[in-house]
Design a protein around this ligand. Structure first.
Ligand SMILES: NC(=O)c1ccc[n+]([C@@H]2O[C@H](COP(=O)([O-])OP(=O)(O)OC[C@H]3O[C@@H](n4cnc5c(N)ncnc54)[C@H](OP(=O)(O)O)[C@@H]3O)[C@@H](O)[C@H]2O)c1
Length: 315
């Protein structure tokens, strides 16, 4: 049997990286083997990945030497950062830089950088329609990732730049699910009026990444993925059907959303406003047919809901 090509996966116990590790392991006849990076090799999640056949190694993206060791000998590297753990674009960029350098030093043949658009290419920060955040960003966790693309290209890492989409899993884990209003009705808040939001099952991001590693012709390219592009009203209708009770779309304005006061509300208000105001560009960069060509199992929102509706907290 030919030796398998190892893919080193950052965030392997999390959503994106976990999906990729599971996609590699689900294809035992395939050309790749999974190396799962984690800060804690004895956690339950790490042990479960090892039991399923992944090589599990210790690495911390804040420790350049550990990354270099973990990427060493790998054919591919999946690189992702963790903005919501710290809310710091500078930290995210330092981690992206460390991963790019480790990929270069290890001589990986194909890296995927899980990035997002630098929204300032569409909306200069001098525009007054939204507040500038953290000194120089419209949407820090987007703009800083987009800026970090250059770290990979400038030092010559053979990289596919992967623009991901809103996880439908945010309805379970991120407080984005329907909430009961004063009238007792469930309302799904999405401050995008009648504009479409590209969304995806988090598990499908890793499966698409697996499809990208099978496509060396995508090195040097920027690709965008989504499972479906849906308006808030369409998402509310799908939720009503899946949950068996009415869910209405509450299309608050981005200003109102920014004022909700939870950590990150201003950032997410700006993010949804950009997605609405630049719907054509944002949706255009996330083609569903192309995503399905990478990942034939790509789920629609209705399919994701059918499998996950009981996990959505209804506040
Ligand atoms: N939520 C969305 O809708 C959405 C959409 C698009 C993009 N994103 C982006 O997705 C990114 C997060 O990815 P995710 O959702 O896959 O993350 P996640 O599910 O939160 O998983 C993160 C995993 O990474 C590991 N990790 C955390 N800090 C680490 C460090 N310093 N060194 C090494 N590993 C570390 C942790 O594993 P161990 O504890 O095992 O080390 C954790 O299990 C964010 O940057 C966000 O902006 C999110």
């Amino acid at each position: 049997m030919a030796t398998k090509k190892t893919i080193a996966v950052v965030g392997a116990t999390g959503a994106q990286g976990g999906g990729l590790v599971r996609a590699i392991l689900a294809d035992p006849g395939g050309e790749f083997a999974a190396r799962a990076l984690t800060r804690n090799t004895s956690s339950e999640k790490a042990k479960a990945l090892a039991a399923q056949g992944a090589e599990v190694v210790a690495a911390d993206v804040d420790d350049a030497e550990s990354l270099r060791r973990a990427f060493s000998g790998a054919h591919g590297a999946f690189c992702v950062t963790f903005f919501w753990d710290h809310f710091s674009p500078e930290k995210e960029q330092a981690q992206a830089h460390a991963m790019a350098q480790a990929a270069k030093d290890a001589g990986v043949k194909h890296a995927i950088w899980s990035t997002l658009d630098d929204t300032r290419k569409w909306l200069p920060i001098t525009d007054k329609r939204m507040p500038t955040l953290q000194g120089k960003y419209n949407v820090p966790h987007y703009d800083a990732k987009g800026e970090a693309n250059a770290f990979f290209s400038e030092i010559g890492v053979p990289t596919t730049f992967l623009n991901t989409s809103f996880y439908w899993d945010n309805l379970i884990h991120f407080g984005s699910g329907p909430k009961k209003g004063p009238d007792g009705k469930l309302a799904f808040v999405l401050p995008m009026g009648d504009k479409k939001l590209p969304g995806i099952a988090a598990e499908d991001i890793g499966r698409c990444a697996y499809g990208i590693f099978k496509r060396p012709d995508l090195i040097g390219k920027t690709v965008g993925i989504a499972g479906e592009h849906l308006t808030g009203a369409q998402m509310a209708a799908a939720l009503s059907k899946a949950l068996g009770q009415e869910v209405v779309h509450n299309a608050v304005t981005p200003e109102v959303y920014r004022g909700f006061g939870f950590p990150g509300a201003d950032e997410l208000g700006n993010m949804f406003q950009i997605k609405a105001d630049f719907e054509k560009e944002y949706c255009g960069a996330r083609d569903v047919g192309f995503s399905r060509s990478l990942n034939p199992q790509l789920q629609t929102f209705a399919q994701w809901l059918a499998a996950n509706k009981d996990r959505i907290p209804l506040g």
